[in-house]
Design a protein. Structure first.
Length: 385
């Protein structure tokens, strides 16, 4: 991994000011958009949840394999692949559900599925998340509380993308998200953060946290930061018809981890050293799923000491209360000179709800185009003969 992804990096070589960097972000986005499209198409009654996750991961690796297969000018192989393993969280599961290969859970008609995944090219990350309801007729609109929360999170995303402009603060972006949740009568799920991203950094120092609606807590507050030109954000929003206070029900379900690169410790157990060596080699900076480990049983044993000494960050499977409706929106946004470029996207199924924004300022904000129209250069007319 290049050191270019460190938080102290200010070299424009690795920012959106470099057209090559923009290209790599957009290729990563094409990869995840393709993976999401295929996983959503496979979300049908009877499909195994683990098969959906495996499909997402396999698609990312296959699509990434089509790009940058030659070594760079320094003779180094360009790293690329999974930046966040595919997760398929069902109904009141909020996030991070990436079950083991032997899990037999299958989808049923009427269930809600949140798909979340990410890819990177040369450390430049694109992530996406979307919510789908398994309808008997997928052309029929989603209705009821699930429709309300899905429309709310989409509306909040559209507002936040437009608010995320140079000079705005993360507090202002968070307030816009919270205002949408309030008007739709839903809650922002606690602990869900939108992060700035840099090369090999999926969770940068700048964060967006909703200022209310369940988003902010006494333990989790966002310091004020200003959005700047050429920054990249993973805009991550989860709304719920419940309290928005998800809990980990069973720690054994946790299957997604990320190496804590700022931590070091000399592990005592051979199993721990073996698993940490594999993680360091295969997943030095990006989150991974336990299914990707060579010896899963041995890895589980070795994880205990790694977690005890904080060498890994865990992503537990979180739940709202049974019956609560949850919706997830995540998009990667490039803050460009002529407007924001939302590079990860999807096709939404029909939604029918009587809930709508009343706030005129937010309505006007969402009505704005993401990009300003380029002005045509006026060429000097030739002088008359």
């Amino acid at each position: 991994m290049s050191d270019a992804g460190s938080e102290g990096e200010d070299d424009t070589q690795f920012t959106l000011a470099n057209p090559d960097v923009v290209t790599k972000y957009k290729i990563a986005a094409d990869v995840v958009n393709k993976a999401l499209e295929l996983v959503l198409a496979a979300c049908k009654p009877g499909a195994k949840v683990v098969d959906l996750c495996a499909l997402g991961d396999a698609t990312i690796m296959e699509e990434c394999g089509k790009y940058y297969n030659k070594k760079d000018k320094d003779g180094n192989k360009i790293e690329k692949g999974i930046a966040f393993p595919c997760c398929a969280s069902v109904n009141n599961q909020v996030c991070h559900n990436s079950p083991p290969a032997d899990d037999a859970t299958v989808l049923e008609e009427g269930q809600t599925v949140k798909i979340d995944l990410g890819a990177h090219v040369d450390g430049f990350v694109a992530t996406v998340a979307h919510t789908v309801v398994l309808m008997g007729d997928m052309n029929a609109p989603v209705t009821g509380p699930q429709a309300d929360v899905m429309q709310a999170v989409i509306t909040a995303g559209e507002a936040a993308i437009r608010k995320l402009r140079p000079g705005s603060t993360n507090i202002e972006v968070g307030a816009a998200i919270a205002k949408v949740a309030e008007e739709f009568g839903v809650n922002m799920v606690e602990g869900v953060l939108s992060h700035s991203m840099k090369r090999f950094v999926i969770d940068g120092n700048k964060i967006v946290l909703a200022n209310g609606g369940g988003g902010a807590t006494a333990e989790l507050k966002a310091e004020e930061d200003t959005v700047e030109l050429n920054e990249v954000y993973a805009l991550d929003i989860v709304f719920s018809t419940g309290e928005g206070k998800p809990k980990c029900v069973d720690e054994r379900e946790t299957a997604v981890y990320k190496r804590a690169i700022e931590k070091s410790y000399k592990l005592k157990m051979q199993a721990s050293r073996a698993v940490f060596s594999e993680i360091t080699k295969k997943f030095p900076t990006m989150p991974f799923t336990m299914r990707a480990m060579g010896d899963i049983r041995g890895a589980r044993l070795g994880l205990v000491e790694c977690m005890k000494h904080e060498l890994l960050h865990e992503y537990p499977v979180l739940y709202e209360k049974a019956g609560d409706c949850v919706a997830h929106f995540k998009a990667t946004v490039l803050v460009m000179p002529n407007g924001n470029d939302r590079i990860t996207t999807w096709s939404s199924q029909p939604i029918s709800t009587d809930k709508a924004l009343a706030d005129e300022e937010l309505k006007a904000l969402i009505a704005q185009p993401l990009k300003s129209k380029k002005k045509k250069d006026k060429k000097d007319k030739p002088a008359p003969a």
